[in-house]
Design a protein around this ligand. Structure first.
Ligand code: FAD
Ligand code: DHB
Length: 394
């Protein structure tokens, strides 16, 4: 088989890029290791920036998001149970975010791809990249134990942090940065009404907690847990009890609890691979960078990489602008590092560090007090949270 762009991974990055390329008449094939149902069973992000939502609309997959997504013009914080509201719209010059699950974004993109007749090979095993710095790169894989080969012009690595694409770049060419945090997030999804109509980011001496949602009837909650904890250390009752201790008392009183639809622990890390392009290979989304979830930036950063890669492919195929290829990582990294910084800062701002002493706790308290009461502080949180602008490709 021959295609123009071979896309590895059918998460949000791969599906969004595939859909935009198909709409622009650029041929592409997606190879995904797992089944479609497995991809849809992973519960992850919940907050979309306006730029991300616009790109989903451009890909023709925004109808259900615009109908069912919940516009949030503010977000809330609490420190030791004291509740504060941040007017995102006011402090970001009129912007908002949309609460709409990654699962739903993925489902909508999958449906549109099927309608458009786009090819996605699920359960593609043993994907390998070949001759990536030549003019004739190709990808091989197995499906139902049968070997296949795809010849292509470019390869888009949308295969997440553990994917094969980044590992195919010669190791001595990779420039990487990493920071691991000594805790994870334990998430719980339940069909219960959200405790508040906005998200609540709670700093507490027992650890961070987040109250989020997927709809008016479905809640998503997270607790900071030590990185030594496994899911066996927890059950639903223990989760709800601990959540009640960390959120404002008036919310704990009205919290509706219920059976967990899902419970899982995600470790927190910051990671950047600055080599986002090598030969004919591009890295997008989690394949190139990981942020701790605190700033709700992971999926949104993936979308901004897709935006840049898509504009680049259009210029390459329509105008022969291969000279713009080195601009890809320049443009992406400027935005990536700012989101990495914000996610790191939100993590340090709101989490409890075992290593911190009484002094550090007081400083954290003062920092919270300062940011939440200062116009400058509120502006800096709001403009980062709603998303920094996308840079044009030129
Ligand atoms: P992925 O979603 O990881 O998709 C990669 C795909 O590639 C997968 O389907 C995988 O199966 C496939 N793949 C892997 N290896 C191979 C291979 N060898 N061959 C073929 N296919 C392969 N982000 C936000 O913006 N806001 C949030 O609120 C938020 N909350 C989060 C909460 C949690 C608990 C977690 C874990 C993450 C959260 N994120 C959030 C981050 C967000 O989910 C990720 O940034 C996003 O999934 C990245 O999309 P992606 O398509 O780049 O990678
Ligand atoms: C969700 C996850 C986040 O990391 C975040 O900052 C906000 C919301 C969520 O899954 O709903």
């Amino acid at each position: 088989t021959k295609t123009q762009v071979a896309i590895i991974g059918a998460g949000p990055s791969g599906l969004l890029l595939g859909q935009l390329l198909t709409k622009a008449g650029i041929d592409n094939i997606i190879l995904e290791r797992k089944s479609g149902d497995y991809v849809l069973s992973r519960i992850r992000a919940g907050v979309l920036e306006q730029g991300t939502a616009d790109l989903i609309r451009e890909a023709g997959a925004g109808a259900r998001m615009d109908k069912e997504g919940i516009i949030h013009t503010g977000t809330d914080f609490s420190f030791q149970g004291e509740h504060h509201h941040l007017d995102l719209e006011k402090y970001s010059g009129g912007k908002h975010v949309i609460v709409y699950g990654q699962t739903e974004v993925t489902r909508d993109l999958m449906e549109e791809r099927e309608k458009a007749g786009g090819v996605t090979v699920y359960e593609a095993d043993n994907v390998k990249l070949h001759d990536i710095d030549s003019d004739n790169p190709y990808v091989t894989y197995h499906h139902n134990d049968e070997p296949f080969r795809i010849d292509c012009d470019y390869i888009a690595g949308c295969d997440g942090f553990h994917g094969v694409t980044r590992k195919s770049i010669p190791h001595d060419k990779l420039v990487e940065y990493e920071k691991v945090y000594p805790f994870g997030w334990l998430g719980l999804m339940s069909d219960t009404p959200p405790v508040h109509d906005e998200l609540v980011y709670c700093a507490h001496e027992r650890g961070f907690a987040l109250c989020s949602m997927r709809s008016e009837t479905r809640s998503r909650y997270y607790l900071q847990v030590p990185d030594t904890d496994t899911i066996d250390n927890w059950d639903e009752d223990k989760f709800w009890d601990e959540l009640k201790r960390r959120i404002p008392p008036e919310m704990a009183e009205r919290l509706v609890t219920g059976p967990a639809l899902e419970m899982s622990i995600a470790p927190l890390r910051s990671y950047v691979c600055e080599t986002m392009q090598y030969g004919k290979v591009f890295l997008l989304g989690d394949a190139a960078h990981i942020v701790p979830p605190t700033g709700a930036k992971g999926l949104n950063l993936a979308a901004s990489d897709v935006e840049t890669a898509f504009r680049l492919f259009v210029k390459i195929y329509n105008e022969g602008r291969t000279d713009l290829i080195p601009r890809y990582q320049e443009i992406c990294l400027a935005r990536v590092w700012k989101a990495v910084r914000f996610s790191w800062w939100m993590t340090m701002f709101l989490h409890r560090f075992e290593s911190a002493g009484r002094f550090d706790f007081r400083v954290q308290q003062a920092e919270f007090d300062y940011f939440i009461h200062s116009e400058a502080g509120k502006t800096t949180i709001a403009e980062n949270y709603v998303g920094l602008p996308f840079e044009a490709l030129e």
